[in-house]
Design a protein around this ligand. Structure first.
Ligand code: FSX
Ligand code: SF4
Length: 354
């Protein structure tokens, strides 16, 4: 990987510090977490389910703090399949032992969806000391009960995501269908931004549970619509649309789902604050919302439910009003699907059955 110069690194930090959230809460929070770590933070047990490993890869790309600082000075990562030198029953035994010793005090992080078909046999995580196969679903049934807090990292763990896309023969689901939802914090995204993961962990360590929206997402990172902070918003308001990727203009006609998607990507930016999907001329594919991906596909085709502004006025206020109405209408449409069970159940209606 190309090394970033110190000057460039500092420049990226400055850009990050200007982003929503970071300057207000994140930088002081990290400093505080550093100090608190000396007193011992609760262990984090990180489990991987049915997924692409992109969430862990995104975490490794954390810039501020970097991964070394995160692991050695902030969080107490007691278990992660990808960072462990052990395998097989040694690994599962260590996991169970750590969870028993820290019952009610550890943070369980789950990455990836949970396949339920055939008693969970599509996802074997290892063997116990007697040689019996351990399925992810049985492992989680123990760990979710013992954990103090459960964090679903990524859209797969949160809502099923790509792993649960139709036809979903493995019957993958997100944690919301299995665990006590009062314990679960969702950090969706395919993958989620490293700041969303690290920032949520820091917030949990320092202040307890973050404030969540209706879908269990920390408001700090997911409250705003992509569309409302998009630098191409003036194009939308003036009905100037790109017809091909790479062209100037709003990307609505080539599939942008920004009007229905929640997240701070336009202000936080990705990859060390260097760019983001729309900044790289790619439409937002709606990866942080429960509707992803079945209802946001085809990714590069306009959704008929998203209405354009229908005006050529330069008055941003008028465009903003129409944009909000558009977003609200679409959100209602998608929430309807969510409530009717097409893509899941709403948080407050659910009972945990693990
Ligand atoms: Fe899912 Fe994680 Fe998408 Fe991948 O492992 S959220 S498929 S980018 O990253 O679980
Ligand atoms: Fe930006 Fe997409 Fe909204 Fe257009 S539709 S303004 S590209 S978020």
């Amino acid at each position: 990987m190309k090394k970033i110069s110190r000057r460039h690194f500092l420049k990226l930090c400055t850009a990050s510090a200007a982003a929503v959230g970071l300057s207000q809460m994140w930088i002081p929070a990290v400093g505080e977490a550093f100090r608190k770590a000396a007193g011992g933070n609760p262990p984090i047990l990180w489990i991987q389910g049915s997924a692409c490993n992109g969430c862990s890869t995104s975490l490794v790309n954390t810039v501020h703090p970097n991964m070394r600082e995160l692991l050695t000075e902030i969080i107490n990562m007691s278990f992660h399949p990808g960072f462990s030198s052990k395998a097989g029953s040694l690994l599962t035994d260590q996991l169970m032992e750590t969870s028993r010793r820290n019952e009610g005090n550890f943070i369980l992080v789950v990455e990836g969806a949970i396949p339920r078909a055939y008693q969970g046999m599509f996802n074997i995580v290892g063997e116990d000391s007697s040689g019996k196969k351990v399925t992810l679903i049985s492992l989680l049934s123990d760990l979710c009960k013992r954990a103090k807090t459960v964090i679903a990292v990524g859209s797969c763990a949160s809502f099923g995501g790509i792993s649960a896309a139709e036809p979903n023969d493995a019957e993958c689901v997100g944690l919301e269908k299995l665990a006590d939802v009062n314990k679960v914090v969702n950090i969706p995204g395919c993958p989620p931004h490293p700041d969303w993961i690290v920032g949520t962990l820091a917030q949990l360590l320092l202040y307890g549970n973050p404030e969540l929206d209706d879908y269990g997402r920390p408001k700090l990172f997911y409250e705003g619509l992509i569309h409302n902070n998009c630098p191409r918003r003036q194009y939308f308001d003036n009905s100037i649309f790109a017809e091909q990727p790479g062209e100037d203009g709003c990307l609505l006609q080539i599939g942008c789902k920004g009007p229905l998607t929640h997240g701070d990507c336009p202000t936080r930016l990705w990859n060390g604050a260097s760019s983001w999907c729309v900044g790289a001329n790619a439409p937002c594919i709606g990866c942080t919302d429960p509707s992803f991906p079945d209802l946001t596909m085809p990714f590069y085709k306009r959704m008929s439910e998203i209405e354009g502004p229908g005006i050529t006025s330069t008055a941003d206020a008028i465009g903003m009003g129409l944009g909000v109405a558009t977003a609200l209408g679409l959100a209602a449409h998608l929430t309807g699907n969510y409530l009717t069970g097409r893509i899941g159940r709403k948080k407050r209606d659910r009972e945990g059955d693990i």
